[in-house]
Design a protein around this ligand. Structure first.
Ligand code: ANZ
Length: 981
């Protein structure tokens, strides 16, 4: 029987399914699994898009699957689940266009994904599948939201606590003693005052402390998508999806107080084994800055401006102040003379997004408010300007401008002709600002004169504290995360409103399921899509969702119209896999204590400051509230590199003639290199049509063409092209061929449907099998690196599997097919050596996630064993276990042929034995009077005397000596023999 991968792969995929081979057991474990250590391998679950998977998607999944399978061989109880991140914008946009319910599209896409994934032979435990859009799952997303609402952050204990504790403190001692991370505008109240508050007043105060809260925030509003976007959903000032403009707008939104966790999110990075670039981007995103907050009084006014500065040492260099145009004081302090100018400026800047403002360092713009602040020490007046280089959302939205120290301040001062005092000793600032921390000595600065940066900073903070106008401060760039989306296809909030105040629905009535709407667009009045639902009110007597016309604001109240963002479900799904069908709890205590955390997480680096930051935040919160036992959810993380596509381009010629533009001419790419040839062919072509062309004016444009129409010699299948629906508008095109062929040019780019360079894993599985696909994806190169896909290389890997198959078979007499042929013969030393060096290398490779090198090791091993004509079971059995994580189907099949009735999945990983690699003989160079004459293989166990005897007895020695007696024989065991005579 030859290697029939189609039959074998279908057979084993069915076997694994029927035998629930990869279903992970929660404790108590029994039988063979009793006492087995746990190991949790997780992939970032996919968003099931309409396009299906291309070969780039499974790269990480194959790597994690190899690791999961390896860990099973090593005796671990492995959890390797998979599911779908199935809420999201594409399904919703499709619904808007077609009217089809996003649940249906999502269901179809999931079915297709599953079919594709199944073909690759992953060892997923599908019994634990979760879908974020499934009410059974999002019940727990809503539940966590309620926990966040019912919590506040105690800055003294540095953890989240129950809001009940806070209420108890308020009613016993008021809020003066509370050290919480909360809104800035909380009012102070005594216990008496608190206790006298109405219920609504109490709710208003508490909302300012809750870890999820409603606040009017400035958001990124995308009118085209009709929704708010998170910062990481905006790229270059436009929406990541669709590339639409994004504006700043004030809206009442749910927010998550992630800022309370800024320091812990930084500190935690030291405790996890994640890639450094990923840690760096989280660190930058959190953006910790040490400095001071300084208060500037405003002349002739009760108001004060608070600034955050990283350079309190430069305080004597302040020559003006700049407020963000949105700063709340702007309206209050602008003089009537300056008002028109200031208003006009504010209107102009509102159109620019925060990103744009940050990115643009060239345009200098601003307006003078007419007001003056007072320098805390010199009491000199300082003009107050507004300028959009100051961001409203960072620090306090105001800066003390030091033009000699900060480049933007310097440029601003130059532009508006503001004084630029120099406070650095011996530094020339005539061309640009200067603020080198390491080398500057402060001058012109009263008590700071002669001090270096460090000392001046300390002293400045001390002096500011003395006059009660400042203190040391650590500032984080990380903002609280907006949690409301004006979308349909997301988790509904378990929230209804009484007298404008949000109320949580009791956990026992969850999930609150998405209502039906007749259209998925915002309402005409600008409400989110849920504003279209007729049955979307909460009946507090019957505890259920009822029709809106029953709303009486007495016992029936309106429900929240926003939905949760894409990152809600993915922030804790890894915990839910531990006990996914539990209907009473998010997971049982036994399950979470046993599985505890993800041991290995594999996924894309694009999630660095989105999913991976939010998930760490929720985990820390759940930890604080005693719901999970560890503060970090994933011990180790690997970012797989992208697989790039090799795009193909046709070249379309545009002539300068009266030819109509829809008349297409394509020229073979190999003709492009040769100018004269090209000209000749084109002239010929156009003459044929009876037109003249000016060859210097032709224009050649590349056009992506589907790679499935290209063969391995880069030749286009012209007939196929003409039949392809995508290109039907080009079916009458003229092709300028070279040697009868139309050649395309190739370029490596991101693999993407829009570039027609995607390779479908299904096709590879059909043509070569999943085992070949798995091996080949690993063989492409190091897991973390980006690498181009090249289908041509796949045959090498495929022939390796055929060779492997042959190793276990011998040909029939007549050369017709193969018979299984493995013997119980004793393995030779060479056999053992090959096996054990393979065990050693493969084990080291897997432990180091170096999967590409394992594949070449297998190739070497199979070549060696083939050359050794090895068919010893003692070698070929362990070899299969080594290969089975990579190519599980062929391994199962041969394993069964070896007589095993059980799957190879949990067979013990072979143990490396060093003695087989130790050389037992040595090729001794035998010299006569220092000249090497021949070599002699001798056992390394021989003594000096035995070696000498063996050398002397050899016929070549006798020839050399020709009867003479040697004077002496020098023997260095393991090295040389020298006969002196
Ligand atoms: C005076 C000064 C002197 C500053 C000097 C810098 C250099 P990082 O490190 O990013 O935290 N700043 C503060 N709030 C700002 C805002 N909302 N928009 C734009 N700039 C703002 O930067 C902190 C520094 O950036 C602060 O220190 C402040 O300028 C400016 F030689 O204050 B500095």
């Amino acid at each position: 029987m030859s290697y029939n991968f189609r039959e074998i792969e279908a057979k084993w995929q069915q076997y694994w399914k029927d035998n629930t081979t990869f279903v992970a057991k929660n404790p108590p474990l029994s039988g063979e699994m009793e006492g087995a250590p746990k190991y949790y391998v997780l992939d970032m679950f996919p968003y099931p898009s309409g396009a299906g998977l291309h070969v780039g998607h499974p790269l990480g999944y194959i790597a994690s699957d190899i690791y999961a399978r390896y860990k099973r061989h090593k005796g671990f109880n492995v959890l390797h689940p998979q599911g779908y991140d199935s809420f999201g914008l594409p399904a919703e946009q499709y619904a808007i266009q077609t009217g089809q319910h996003p649940a249906i599209t999502t269901q179809q896409n999931i079915a297709r994904y599953r079919e594709q994934l199944d073909k690759i032979g992953f060892s997923f435990d599908w019994s634990r599948e979760v879908r974020t859009s499934d009410p059974k799952f999002y019940k727990w997303t809503q539940w966590i939201f309620i926990q966040l609402f019912n919590s506040w952050y105690d800055a003294t204990e540095d953890k989240a606590r129950s809001i009940n504790d806070l209420e108890a403190i308020f009613s016993a001692e008021g809020n003066a003693t509370i050290n919480a991370v909360c809104d800035e505008d909380v009012i102070q109240c005594t216990a008496e005052e608190w206790n006298a508050f109405s219920s609504k007043e109490k709710q208003e105060v508490l909302l300012k402390y809750r870890l999820t809260y409603l606040a009017e925030t400035e958001v990124n509003w995308c009118p085209k998508l009709g929704t708010v976007l998170a910062n990481d959903e905006i790229v270059n000032g436009v929406s990541e999806r669709g590339g639409y403009p994004v504006l700043r707008k004030k809206m009442t939104q749910w927010s998550m107080r992630i800022s309370a966790y800024a320091q812990r999110l930084l500190d935690g990075l030291d405790t996890i084994d994640w890639p450094q670039p990923l840690k760096d981007s989280q660190t930058n995103w959190i953006g910790r800055s040490e400095g001071a907050s300084v208060e500037f009084r405003i002349q002739n006014s009760e108001f004060k401006i608070e600034v955050f500065t990283t350079r309190p040492d430069t305080i004597f260099g302040v020559s003006f102040m700049t407020l963000a145009p949105e700063h709340e004081l702007v309206q209050k302090i602008t003089t009537s003379v300056q008002k028109a100018e200031v208003d006009a400026y504010i209107e102009a800047t509102a159109k620019r997004s925060e990103r744009e403002r940050m990115a643009d360092v060239k345009t200098i713009s601003g307006a003078f408010t007419g007001a003056y602040a007072e320098h805390p020490f010199t009491k000199e007046p300082i003009p107050i300007w507004i300028g959009d280089y100051v961001l409203a959302g960072y620090g306090t939205g105001a800066v003390m401008a030091v033009p000699c120290g900060d480049q933007r301040d310097y440029d601003f001062a130059k532009h508006f002709d503001i004084a630029i005092p120099n406070i650095f000793e011996g530094v020339d600032i005539s061309e640009a600002a200067f603020a080198d921390k390491e080398h500057t000595i402060i001058a012109n600065s009263d008590f700071l004169n002669g001090l270096n940066y460090k000392k001046a900073t300390k002293r400045a903070i001390y002096e500011l504290e003395q006059i009660d106008q400042g203190k040391g401060k650590i500032n984080y760039r990380l903002r609280d995360a907006v949690f409301s989306r004006q979308r349909y296809w997301g988790e509904p909030f378990p929230v209804y409103y009484v007298d404008g105040m949000p109320q949580m629905i009791e956990a026992k009535y969850l999930p609150i399921e998405l209502p039906e709407v007749e259209k998925y667009l915002p309402t005409e009045s600008g409400e989110p899509p849920l504003g279209r639902a007729d049955v979307w009110a909460w009946d507090t007597k019957n505890n259920k969702v009822v029709a809106n016309d029953l709303i009486d604001h007495n016992s029936v109240f309106p429900l929240e119209l926003n939905t949760m963002p894409g990152w809600a479900g993915s922030s804790y799904y890894f915990n839910r896999y531990m006990d996914p069908h539990n209907e009473d709890e998010i997971f049982s205590q036994e399950a979470i204590v046993y599985w505890k955390e993800v041991d290995l997480y594999i996924g894309g680096s694009e999630h660095a400051t989105g999913h991976l930051l939010y998930a760490r935040f929720w985990q820390k919160f759940l930890f604080d509230r005693g719901i999970v036992p560890v503060e970090e959810f994933a011990k180790k993380l690997i970012n797989q590199g992208m697989i790039l596509g090799t795009s193909a381009f046709m070249h379309r010629v545009f002539l300068n003639t009266g030819l109509q533009t829809d008349e297409a001419i394509f020229i073979s790419a190999d003709l492009l290199e040769n100018d004269s040839e090209l000209k000749e062919r084109l002239v010929h072509l156009t003459q044929k049509r009876g037109v003249d062309i000016d060859i210097s004016k032709i224009n050649i444009m590349p056009l992506h063409v589907d790679v499935t129409l290209i063969n391995s010699s880069n030749e286009l299948d012209i007939e196929g092209f003409k039949l392809d629906n995508k290109y039907k508008h080009l079916k009458d095109a003229d092709f300028v061929l070279n040697g009868g062929k139309y050649i395309v040019s190739r370029e490596v780019e991101k693999m993407s449907k829009s570039k027609y360079n995607v390779v479908n894993p299904d096709d590879i599985c059909d043509d070569y099998g999943a085992d070949t696909l798995r091996l080949y994806e690993m063989f492409l190169g190091p897991l973390e690196q980006a690498k181009p896909w090249n289908t041509a290389g796949i045959t090498g890997v495929h022939s390796f599997l055929k060779k492997l198959w042959k190793l276990y078979h011998s040909p029939f007499e007549g050369g017709q097919g193969d018979v299984f042929n493995v013997s119980d013969a004793e393995p030779t030393k060479d056999n053992l050596k090959t096996l054990h060096k393979t065990i050693k290398k493969v084990e080291e490779d897997i432990e180091n996630f170096s999967f590409n090198t394992s594949v070449s090791t297998f190739m070497i091993a199979v070549n060696e064993l083939t050359a050794q004509k090895c068919n010893a079971r003692a070698i070929l059995e362990p070899l299969l276990v080594l290969i089975s994580p990579y190519a599980p189907h062929i391994a199962e099949e041969l394993w069964q042929k070896l007589g095993h009735n059980e799957s190879i999945a949990t067979a013990a990983f072979p143990v490396f034995e060093a003695q087989h690699l130790v050389e037992s003989t040595k090729q001794y160079p035998i010299s006569f009077n220092g000249k090497m004459r021949f070599t002699l293989e001798l056992s390394l166990d021989l003594s000096k005397e035995e070696i000498e005897a063996a050398v002397m007895a050899h016929e070549k020695t006798q020839q050399q000596l020709a009867g003479r007696e040697p004077k002496k024989v020098i023997v260095v065991p393991g090295k040389i023999v020298n006969v002196v005579g």
